[in-house]
Design a protein around this ligand. Structure first.
Ligand code: OFO
Length: 165
């Protein structure tokens, strides 16, 4: 089913997912420059996941015969003041992405595009997991405040995150 509004919104989401990968790559670079290897690993995995999300929209557009239109990717913030600032920004970004996926779902429902609804369902589940994970880390970073030992404990835990495509 071809609907211009739906195709445009799916393309915009593809761009947003590519931006997410770019934004998290900047965060990966920040942690890498501070030798926090676990945090670096966390964002390395996150970048890979975002790239997969972007490809999910790319492949879906191809599958339904919708034209893929690639547009400019916005420059992300490149400087951060603390690990807490990074995770607060990442959580805020995920909340924005969740709202964006909800808007896609609203369009799919409005035009009774059930195939796209089913496709989007996976992203809705994924978004609630992303927000939960990032929210947990924000809370823990707030708890430890400036405590170096606490930061290294979290760093160690985040080194365990695996990329599971
Ligand atoms: Fe693609 O979920 Fe994050 O942004």
């Amino acid at each position: 089913m071809q609907n211009a509004k739906m195709i445009q919104a799916l393309n915009e989401q593809l761009n947003k997912e590519l931006f997410s990968a770019y934004f998290y790559l900047a965060m990966q670079a920040y942690f890498s420059s501070h030798n926090l290897d676990g945090f670096t690993n966390y964002f390395r995995v996150q970048v890979q996941e975002e790239r997969d999300h972007a490809l999910g929209f790319f492949n879906y557009l191809n599958k339904i015969g919708g034209k893929v239109t690639l547009t400019e990717i916005q420059e992300p913030q490149n400087d951060f003041s603390s690990p807490l600032e990074v995770f607060e920004l990442a959580l805020k970004h995920e909340q924005f992405i969740t709202q964006s996926i909800y808007s896609l779902m609203d369009i799919a429902r409005e035009i009774k595009d059930h195939t796209t609804e089913i496709f989007l369902q996976w992203f809705i589940t994924e978004q609630s997991e992303e927000e939960e994970n990032m929210g947990r880390i924000v809370n823990r970073l707030k708890l430890i405040k400036e405590d170096g030992a606490g930061l290294f404990m979290i760093d160690n835990e985040l080194s365990q995150r695996l990329y599971t495509p």
